[in-house]
Design a protein around this ligand. Structure first.
Ligand code: SF4
Length: 189
């Protein structure tokens, strides 16, 4: 009888393995760049197309927080964090902010204009009113796998996000950290 929980196709086993692989890869890249500078990047096996880094600084245009229907998924910890930020003593969010999507939860959006329920306009800027506790999905934008797959994917996303290709430079390690982040604590604030 096969050992329960140790099958190579056990989803948890696969997730752990992927996470460990990403951690070792990131550690290797960090060591390479720390000790030998950018020149050593050529030693990394099959560096991705964004190996030289990418630029991004949010301009607070709000484009990514509105428009076509979508989901901003939040887990229990993120819900608690947002609720605490809003001063909700019961530690949860009401139906004006939270909706169920299958077995997960997503923030709500305005059905007329697609605005995220936490998007506000102040002094002509579209701002996130829960920015310090925004969900991981928002914190990792635009370093999502769908944007990083190819240069064309990145370019296409940048057509509606003026923050991409401008401002702060993210190196490969910083990109990888955002790409593989699984929980709020995986990212620096
Ligand atoms: S679309 Fe880009 S620049 Fe505009 S708010 Fe979103 S992240 Fe910031």
């Amino acid at each position: 009888m096969p050992a329960v929980g140790f099958s190579p196709i056990n989803p948890k086993y696969c997730a752990d393995l992927l996470m460990k692989t990403a951690m070792y890869y990131n550690a290797f890249v960090r060591t390479a760049t720390d000790f030998h500078g950018a020149a050593c990047m050529s030693a990394i096996p099959n560096p991705p197309w964004y190996g030289g880094g990418l630029r991004f600084t949010c301009t607070q245009c709000g484009n990514c927080c509105t428009g076509a229907p979508g989901f901003v998924y939040v887990n229990d910890e993120e819900i608690r964090r947002i609720a605490e930020f809003l001063g909700n003593e019961d530690g949860t969010l009401g139906r004006e902010h939270l909706r169920r999507v299958g077995r997960r939860y997503s923030l709500t959006e305005n059905k007329k204009n697609g605005d995220c329920c936490f998007l506000r306009t102040e002094d002509g800027k579209r701002i996130c009113s829960i920015y310090p506790v925004r969900p991981l999905q928002c914190r990792t934008w635009p370093f999502w796998d769908i944007n990083l797959d190819t240069p064309d994917d990145w370019r296409e996303a940048s057509l509606t996000c003026p923050g991409m290709n401008n401002g702060r430079q993210y190196d490969l390690v910083q990109i990888r950290v955002r790409l593989h982040a699984k929980q709020w604590e995986d990212l620096p604030a």
